[in-house]
Design a protein around this ligand. Sequence first.
Ligand SMILES: NC(=O)c1ccc[n+]([C@@H]2O[C@H](COP(=O)([O-])OP(=O)(O)OC[C@H]3O[C@@H](n4cnc5c(N)ncnc54)[C@H](OP(=O)(O)O)[C@@H]3O)[C@@H](O)[C@H]2O)c1
Length: 242
Amino acid sequence: MDKNTINAAKSIPAFYAGQSIFLTGSTGFLGKVLIEKILRSCSDIKEIFILMRPKKELSLNERFEKMLNLPLYDKLREEQPSNLKKLVAVSGDTSQENLGLSAVDRQMLTERVTIIIHNAASVKFNDSLKYAILTNTRSTRDICILQLTESIKNLVVIYVSTAYAHLDNPFIEEKVYPPIADWRKLIKVAESLDEHTLNVFTDKCLNNIPNTYIFSKNLMESIIQEYSSSLLCAIVRPSMGT
Ligand SMILES: NC(=O)c1ccc[n+]([C@@H]2O[C@H](COP(=O)([O-])OP(=O)(O)OC[C@H]3O[C@@H](n4cnc5c(N)ncnc54)[C@H](OP(=O)(O)O)[C@@H]3O)[C@@H](O)[C@H]2O)c1
């Protein structure tokens, strides 16, 4: 077997050994903890590229430095300081097409990354439909397209959804549910209509879905389902964690 071939039967640290991860949502609740856990427990990981954007008057580098100094990483800093050096910040914004990646970063990621964890999302229930679809749904489509790129066809992608993406079901099974709407049409609508106009149609689009967050996550799952016949991918659906 080729040494880069991923065998799911290996232990978790063995699975991650030598792999290069691209993680979105690295600055959030789940992302920060995931980074700590992987760097501490899977110390043979090669590198983790983390998608970040400037925020609250902090540049990307300032945010990155601030994050590295969090108490969450104290143990790593003390016991495995070299592992923190495996983190590489990449500039991007999931509300932009192709995650706002520069051509140079995109090229670098396609050459080096072996696992993508698409965890970023705007988790506000009251986002405009336009913003929720562009940030949460279109970014998922763009990662699927990236994954389809010839040069990285063995890439594994883990998409972080939510246990609440299918609220009309009393039990959520480990399966993908039928789409509630046509994700292609909705991405097109979100791209072409201005925010105000789309706000007028939001209730009609949502039908019985309680908010734009759930709606955008539900659509996200149907994109993955559609691409899954040709891609190595998985959907995880966390429940409430905060
Ligand atoms: N925590 C839970 O209980 C829970 C439950 C179910 C599902 N989930 C799912 O788990 C994932 C992580 O959730 P979380 O609780 O960690 O949320 P969070 O703390 O709000 O973090 C969200 C992450 O997404 C990033 N993000 C949001 N909009 C972005 C944009 N336009 N461009 C780039 N990055 C952007 C944020 O970056 P900034 O720091 O730059 O804003 C942050 O890193 C989400 O997909 C969420 O739907 C979470």
